[in-house]
Design a protein around this ligand. Structure first.
Ligand code: SAM
Length: 297
C-alpha cells in the first residue's frame, strides 16, 4: 500500500489520484448511504471524465452536486442499455473517457453495465475499476460468518415457488452465501430460507448499511424471523442477508482433506480414495475429485 509516512497531506496530491486517460471506461463505485464513503480517486475521476453514464441521472445529479461536479450525465439503464451501449462505445473509440456509476455501490453488482464492459473489452477499450463500497462485501465483513469462501447470489426470485427452488440449489453449499433481499419480501424470504436451510442455520442481517438506522445482526434463522416480525422498522429500507454455509458439509470436507493428506503421502490416488470413501461414506466421485485437486496443489 502506498502510504506516505511523513507527509499526510500528500495523500491528496494528484500523484496519488488518477489522471484520467482518453479511450478509457472507468467503473466508479459510489456510496450506498453515507456520502462520506466516496473515495478520493472516485471524486478525481468523476471530475475529469468527459461523460458520466448513470443509471438514474436525477439520483446521481444529487451526488455530483454534493461533490461540486458539473453535470455531464447520460442515462444508462436496463431499458436503454442496448442503444446506449453502442453510443458510449463509439464515444470511447473516438477518444473520450467515460465513468459508469450506478445508483449506489459498485456498478455491475446487481446493476447495469455488463454489456458495456464486455463490449469494451471486445473493442479493445481500456477498462479501469475505481473500487469502493459494495453492500454485499460490507454485509459479509460484518456478518461474523466464514469469509474464506463465499458466493454472491443477487436477488432471490419474487415468487415463492421459484424462490424455494432457487434456495434448494444452495441447501448443502459449503460456502457462505450473500443475497440481496427486497424489504417488501423479507419475512417470506427468511421463512423460505428456514424451510431449505433449517431453523438453526446462522445468518447475517445487514440493513441500511452506513445509514442512520443501520442494523447489523447475526442470529439463527428462526430467531431472525421473530426479530424482523416483531419490529416494523426491520422490514424497511435496503437489506443484505448472509447465510452460513452447510456446517456438516464443511466438517466432512475438512475430514476428507485430513485423511487424504495423510494417505496420499503413502499411497496411490486410487487406493487413498477407496480408503477415504470407506472411512467417511462420502461419494467416490467427490473424494476422487478432491484427491486430484490436493495432488495438483
Ligand atoms: N451495486 C450495489 C452494490 O454494490 O451493493 C447493489 C445494487 S442492488 C440494485 C440494490 C440492493 O443492494 C438492495 O436491494 C440491497 O439488497 C443492497 N443494498 C444497497 N445499499 C444497501 C444498504 N445501504 N444497506 C443494505 N443493503 C443495501
Amino acid at each position: 500500500m502506498n502510504i506516505p509516512e511523513n507527509n499526510p497531506e500528500s495523500v491528496h496530491s494528484n500523484r496519488q489520484l488518477s489522471v484520467v486517460l482518453p479511450r478509457t471506461l472507468y467503473l466508479v463505485a459510489t456510496p450506498i448511504g453515507n456520502l462520506a464513503d466516496i473515495t478520493l480517486r472516485a471524486i478525481s475521476v468523476l471530475e475529469q471524465v468527459d461523460i458520466i453514464a448513470a443509471e438514474d441521472t436525477r439520483h446521481s445529479q444529487r451526488l455530483l452536486s454534493h461533490l461540486g461536479i458539473r453535470s455531464k450525465l447520460v442515462a444508462y439503464h436496463e431499458h436503454n442499455e442496448d442503444k446506449v451501449t453502442s453510443k458510449l462505445l463509439d464515444e470511447l473509440e473516438a477518444g473520450k473517457s467515460i465513468a459508469l456509476i450506478s445508483d449506489a455501490g459498485t456498478p455491475l453488482i446487481s446493476d447495469p453495465g455488463y454489456r458495456l464492459v464486455a463490449q469494451a473489452h471486445d473493442r479493445g477499450v481500456s477498462v479501469v475499476p475505481i473500487p469502493g463500497v459494495c453492500a454485499a462485501i460490507a454485509a459479509l465483513s460484518a456478518a461474523g460468518l466464514a469469509t474464506d469462501s463465499f458466493s454472491f447470489e443477487g436477488f432471490p426470485p419474487a415468487k415463492q415457488g421459484a424462490r424455494l427452488h432457487f434456495f434448494e440449489q444452495f441447501a448443502t453449499q459449503r460456502q457462505t452465501m450473500i443475497f440481496y433481499v427486497s424489504c417488501h419480501r423479507i419475512v417470506e424470504t427468511l421463512k423460505d430460507m428456514k424451510t431449505i436451510f433449517g431453523d438453526t442455520r446462522r445468518v447475517g442481517f445487514a440493513r441500511e448499511i452506513t445509514k442512520t438506522f443501520e442494523t447489523i445482526k447475526r442470529m439463527e434463522l428462526s430467531m431472525l424471523i421473530d426479530f424482523v416480525e416483531a419490529d416494523d422498522n426491520q422490514r424497511k429500507g435496503e437489506i443484505v442477508v448472509v447465510v452460513e454455509g452447510d456446517i456438516a458439509v464443511q466438517k466432512s470436507s475438512t475430514q476428507i482433506d485430513h485423511y487424504l493428506s495423510i494417505l496420499l503421502d503413502e499411497l496411490p490416488v486410487k487406493q487413498s480414495v477407496s480408503l477415504v470413501v470407506k472411512l467417511t461414506g462420502e461419494s467416490k466421485n467427490d473424494v476422487y475429485k478432491r484427491a486430484l485437486e490436493l495432488k495438483e496443489s
